[in-house]
Design a protein around this ligand. Structure first.
Ligand SMILES: NC(=O)c1ccc[n+]([C@@H]2O[C@H](COP(=O)([O-])OP(=O)(O)OC[C@H]3O[C@@H](n4cnc5c(N)ncnc54)[C@H](O)[C@@H]3O)[C@@H](O)[C@H]2O)c1
Length: 355
C-alpha cells in the first residue's frame, strides 16, 4: 500500500512492556505518526496497550506484522538480545527502525544493523533519549560555541542504591541482556558524555565489573517482576576509564546496587575555559566559569522539553529529510565497542587498545 503525501507514517511497536508506554505517549504528541499495530509474545500485554491506545492490529508474532505493507516504521521495545534480529528483519522488510537502547548486545550485530539499514536505504536510530532534554540540548549548543573551550576530561555515572531490575528476568541473564548495570544504565551516560565531548576517538579502555549483591538477591528494585526460576549472571557495578586520541579522558561508573547515600546520575565536563555539570535525576545543568578569582555558576534555564517527544521528532524529521540525525548509527556502534571493551578488560584484567 503506498503512503500518500501528508498522511501520517504508520508505526508498528514490537514489545508492549514498560518502555512501550513512553513511546506511545510520545507518539500521541506527534501528528506525523500513528500506531497501527503492536506485537508481543505476551498477547495479553499487547492487547492491554492496544486497548489503552486504540491500536487496531495486535500480533503475538512480529514477523506477521512485518509482512504488512501498511507499516512504515518499527519501534523496538523488546529485551536487548532481540534488538538486532528484529531491526534487521524490519529493515529488510523496508521499514524505518527506531530501537531502544542499547543498540544490541555485541559489536558484530551492531555493525550488521547499520549495514542492512544502508543497503535498504532506511533510517536506523537508537533512541538515546537523554540527548534530547532541554538542558542537554542547550549544553551541547554552548559546547559547540566553545563556552567550555577544550574539554580535557569528563566524569559520568548512573548509580542506584537499591535498583536491580527484575531479578531473574531477562535483565539479569547475560545472554538476554548483554550485561548488567553497564549496558542497562551506564550506556545512557556513556552516550551522553561522548556526544557532549563530540565523540573523540578512543585509543584505550580499562574496566572492571563486580557482582556483589545480585547473586545474593539483595538490593532488588521496587519495580520489575522477580522471576524465581531465573538467575543472575551479570554485573551490578562497573567502571570504565577511556583514553582518547585527542588527549582527553572519561571515567564512567554504573551501578544497580551500592551502599551509597542516594541514587545519582550525572555528567561532569572539565574544559580549559569552563566546566559544566548535568544532573539527570533532577534535570539541572550548571555552567562553571571564573571572573578572575570570582567563581561564576550559571544555572541553565532552557524551556521545558520532552526528551521522548524530541527523540521521536528528530527520527521523523530525518525520515522526512528535514533534519540531521542526532543519534547516528556509527556513534551507537562506537558505544557498543566501548561497552564491549570495558567487559573485555574486566575479564582479562588488561587495558584494551583500540586500533
Ligand atoms: N530509554 C530508557 O530509559 C529505557 C527504560 C527502560 C527500558 N529501556 C529499554 O527498553 C527495552 C525493553 O525494556 P522494558 O523495561 O520495556 O522491558 P519489559 O520486560 O517490561 O518489556 C519487554 C517486552 O518485550 C516482550 N517480548 C519479549 N520477547 C518478544 C518477542 N520475541 N516478540 C515480541 N515481544 C517480545 C515481552 O513480552 C515484554 O512485554 C530494553 O531494551 C531496555 O533496555 C529503555
Amino acid at each position: 500500500m503506498l503512503r500518500r503525501m501528508g498522511e501520517p507514517y504508520c508505526v508498528g511497536i514490537v514489545g508492549a512492556g514498560g518502555i512501550s508506554e513512553a513511546h506511545l505517549q510520545a507518539i500521541k504528541m506527534e501528528p506525523r505518526v500513528y500506531v497501527k499495530a503492536i506485537a508481543d509474545i505476551s498477547l495479553s500485554s499487547a492487547r492491554m496497550q492496544a486497548e489503552k491506545y486504540l491500536i487496531p492490529h495486535v500480533y503475538s508474532d512480529y514477523h506477521e506484522m512485518f509482512e504488512k505493507d501498511f507499516i512504515d516504521i518499527v519501534i523496538i521495545c523488546t529485551p536487548n538480545f532481540l534488538h538486532a534480529p528484529i531491526a534487521i528483519e524490519a529493515l529488510k522488510a523496508g521499514k524505518h527502525v527506531l530501537t531502544e537502547k542499547p543498540m544490541t548486545i555485541d559489536v558484530e550485530s551492531a555493525i550488521e544493523m547499520k549495514r542492512i539499514a544502508d543497503q535498504n536505504g532506511k533510517i536506523l536510530m537508537v533512541a538515546q533519549n537523554n540527548r534530547f532534554h532541554g538542558e542537554t540540548l542547550l549544553l551541547k549548543r554552548l559546547i559547540q560555541q566553545k563556552k567550555l573551550g577544550n574539554i580535557y576530561h569528563a566524569k559520568t555515572a548512573w548509580m542506584r542504591r537499591n535498583g536491580i531490575p527484575g531479578w531473574g528476568s531477562w535483565f539479569t541473564q547475560k545472554h538476554l541482556s548483554g550485561g548488567g548495570s553497564l549496558i542497562d544504565i551506564g550506556v545512557h551516560m556513556l552516550d551522553l558524555a561522548l556526544w557532549l565531548m563530540d565523540f573523540p576517538k578512543p585509543v584505550a579502555v580499562m574496566g572492571r565489573t563486580f557482582d556483589i549483591f545480585g547473586p545474593h538477591k539483595q538490593k532488588i528494585a521496587q519495580w520489575g517482576q522477580v522471576n524465581e526460576n531465573g538467575f543472575f549472571n551479570v554485573e551490578d557495578f562497573a567502571y570504565g576509564f577511556i583514553d582518547f586520541e585527542n588527549g582527553s579522558s572519561l571515567i564512567l561508573e554504573s551501578s544497580w546496587a551500592s551502599h551509597i547515600k542516594e541514587d545519582q546520575a550525572y555528567v561532569k565536563l572539565y574544559g580549559d575555559k569552563g566546566g559544566a555539570e548535568f544532573d539527570l535525576l533532577n534535570k539541572r545543568a550548571v555552567l562553571y566559569t571564573d571572573n578572575g578569582h570570582e567563581p561564576i555558576n550559571t544555572l541553565l534555564k532552557p524551556p521545558a522539553e520532552d526528551d521522548r517527544y524530541n527523540t521521536l521528532k528528530n527520527f521523523i524529521d530525518v525520515i522526512d529529510g528535514t533534519s540531521q540525525q542526532i543519534c547516528k548509527p556509527d556513534e551507537s556502534i562506537l558505544i557498543q565497542q566501548i561497552l564491549h571493551a570495558i567487559y573485555q578488560s574486566a575479564e582479562t584484567k588488561e587495558m584494551i587498545i583500540f586500533s
